[in-house]
Write a protein that binds this ligand. Structure first.
Ligand SMILES: Cc1cc2nc3c(=O)[nH]c(=O)nc-3n(C[C@H](O)[C@H](O)[C@H](O)COP(=O)(O)OP(=O)(O)OC[C@H]3O[C@@H](n4cnc5c(N)ncnc54)[C@H](O)[C@@H]3O)c2cc1C
Length: 489
């Protein structure tokens, strides 16, 4: 099948759905959304592991134009966020625009026709004036190649591909990693598994989680007087925004929060030897800061062990650590996160002159303009692209800023009767020099850790360096002078 459309959007997470809504709002109905899975929801469809929840309060982790007075907890669980996205898609009648089970395999810019040619794994082709990639930054499971894993005779799965048909009751479980997902699912399953060995490479900083259920009267208030919910959302936003001071401006400020985390650890882990293993030796914020009230207590269960020696070999029924201890296991669960800086390797995008985006980024480093446009790749837009991730606030805020920016770019094309909009290389380079200068002063570089925010050269290609309101201000209006607009041939 071949189809021509004005705008082609990839993905149905917050990014793709938000973009589709904005297009409809602006009266643009000539668009198609491609989704490789059988349902919408992105992160919140895939991560159905026990205990999965957001770690930014739900009143902030949602669309600003679609507040949900019915959130049942401060930090909603996966099912509730998934349901929210489903409802939003229904309300804005997005489903007729979505092609499910359609995985984009490549996109080539046609400089003659000034169009993107997009191919899918299913053999369909699309031609579009603009291509919007909302493919997700935390989407492709990262599964480490453990030595000897091919010999393992038991079950393995990643947290984002949880096997709900596999009964963990009484099983000997190995958990690889102690990141954001692992600390959520470990307490949920620790009580029913036979034994659990948690392999930790680096301990995360864990803060107390200010979670509670939201009372009926609060929900009624939010529904009856939406401005109260807006006020609460603003309160959450500014409280979290203030923490950017410690991340980006002066990492020493983090000492205050570290004090809270150390007290949390002391209170929850009475065993000093275990506490020593769990206390990070880098500045808080260098890696993603986690929140939990039940992870540390789960480590105290008699059937749970924290292993800080590396995995040196996997055998048919066991894992041998670097201290030579053999741990018998039936199942290995990877809580090892996602391909982040290398996630674009999975996209085959060719711009002007057939330049391969992934290859260019591998050779020269990932550079974009505001994480949205890339010089030499006209009419291509990223949502939640490089250097727009966050450690301190809701990325939905960033996504909404980007959606508005992209909509303006599309309008610019129409207003100038142009066929092509390409960001000037000088503007892109100036932007990257500026953000990299800021990032090197921030905790991600100064904090003394190695994180998934950094590429192989140690350059941060993932997070926005600081306040999100600055990003919002700077992307509020597209500077036409930063772009070259070209008419059709
Ligand atoms: C467990 C978990 C918890 C999180 N909690 C928070 C939080 O509390 N706060 C926060 O700010 N952020 C959080 N995040 C980050 C989260 O990823 C973002 O907040 C947000 O969900 C990203 O939305 P997205 O639409 O950009 O990407 P995704 O939700 O990943 O959606 C991308 C979509 O694109 C589709 N897709 C990808 N490639 C293709 C292709 N080639 N062809 C067709 N379709 C394709 C995917 O199937 C998917 O549906 C969390 C992430 C995870 C994994």
């Amino acid at each position: 099948m071949h189809r021509e459309t004005k705008v082609l959007v990839i993905g149905t997470g917050f990014s793709g759905l938000g973009m589709a809504i904005e297009l409809k709002r602006r009266g643009e109905h000539d668009f198609v959304v491609l989704e490789k899975a059988a349902d919408l929801g992105g992160t919140w469809r895939d991560n159905s592991y026990p205990g999965c929840a957001c770690d930014v309060p739900s009143h902030m982790y949602s669309f600003s134009f679609e507040m949900n007075p019915k959130w049942s907890r401060m930090f909603a669980q996966q099912g509730e966020i998934f349901g929210y996205l489903q409802r939003v898609a229904e309300k804005y009648r997005l489903r007729p625009h979505i092609r499910f089970n359609t995985k984009v395999s490549g996109a080539q810019w046609d400089d003659e026709a000034k169009r993107w040619h997009v191919t899918t794994e299913q053999g369909d082709t699309y031609t579009a004036q603009a291509l919007v990639a909302g493919v997700g930054a935390l989407h492709i499971p990262n599964i480490p190649e453990l030595p000897g894993i091919e010999n393992f005779g038991g079950k393995t799965f990643h947290s984002a591909q949880w096997d709900h048909d596999y009964d963990l009751t009484g099983k000997r479980v190995a958990v690889i990693g102690t990141g954001a997902s692992a600390i959520q699912f470990v307490p949920e399953i620790a009580g029913r598994v036979g034994s659990m060995k948690i392999f930790q490479r680096t301990p995360p900083w864990i803060m107390p989680k200010a979670d509670r259920s939201i009372n009926g009267w609060e929900q009624k208030l939010f529904r009856a007087l939406p401005f109260t919910q807006r006020a609460y959302r603003n309160f959450v936003y500014w409280t979290r925004e203030s923490s950017a001071l410690g991340f980006a401006v002066n990492p020493k400020i983090m000492q205050f929060a570290q004090g809270i985390a150390v007290r949390h650890l002391k209170k929850q882990v009475p065993d000093p030897a275990l506490r020593r293993k769990l206390k990070p030796d880098y500045t808080m914020g260098c890696k993603r800061v986690l929140i939990s009230n039940d992870f540390y207590p789960a480590l105290g269960y008699p059937n749970v062990d924290l292993v800080t020696d590396k995995v040196s070999e996997v055998r048919e029924k066991s894992i041998v650590d670097s201290a030579g201890v053999e741990h018998e296991v039936d199942v290995i669960i990877y809580g090892t996160g996602f391909h982040v800086v290398d996630s674009f390797d999975y996209l085959d995008i060719q711009g002007k002159g057939g330049v391969d985006l992934a290859k260019q980024w591998r050779q020269e480093g990932i550079e974009t303009y505001y994480g949205i446009t890339v010089s030499g790749f006209p009419n291509l837009f990223f949502l939640l692209g490089p250097n727009t991730g966050l450690g301190h606030n809701s990325v939905v805020f960033m996504i909404e800023s980007q959606i508005r920016y992209i909509a303006q770019c599309l309008r610019l094309l129409d207003q100038h009767r142009a066929a092509e909009l390409d960001v000037r290389l000088e503007a892109q380079q100036e932007f990257n020099t500026e953000i990299q200068r800021k990032l090197t002063k921030g905790v991600w570089t100064q904090g003394g850790c190695k994180s998934w925010y950094l590429d192989a050269q140690g350059v941060n290609r993932t997070v926005w360096p600081g306040f999100t309101w600055r990003y919002w201000m700077r992307t509020k209006r597209v500077r036409a002078e930063d772009y070259v607009l070209t008419a059709a041939k």
